[in-house]
Design a protein around this ligand. Sequence first.
Ligand code: FES
Length: 111
Amino acid sequence: MQLHDLTPPHSQSVVAPEEVVVRLVVRLNGRTHRLKYHRGETLLETMRRAGLAAPFVCEQGVCGTCMARRVRGEVALRENHVLSDHDLASGYTLACQGVPCSAVCEIEVDG
Ligand code: FES
């Protein structure tokens, strides 16, 4: 991943999730966690509610510290000022801005 200028933001999607997401699967530090997702939460909020020590700094979609790889399902980003179109096409997303929008969503996070 490369850091990019703050403008223009690269948008993965700004469409509000339509489907009800019931489960978020997170691979973190070699362990797999199956978490109950609450509508409207970001990936990071769900992980923190579950007590997972997921990395983050800005929570603004700027620093990239929370970068995760989408393994399965769809994620819409509220803001993205760091990931390029290539990063997004490669499956990377931001946990602090990512909202799952498929029935099951699975991500991999480097702790
Ligand atoms: S914590 Fe900085 S982009 Fe997510």
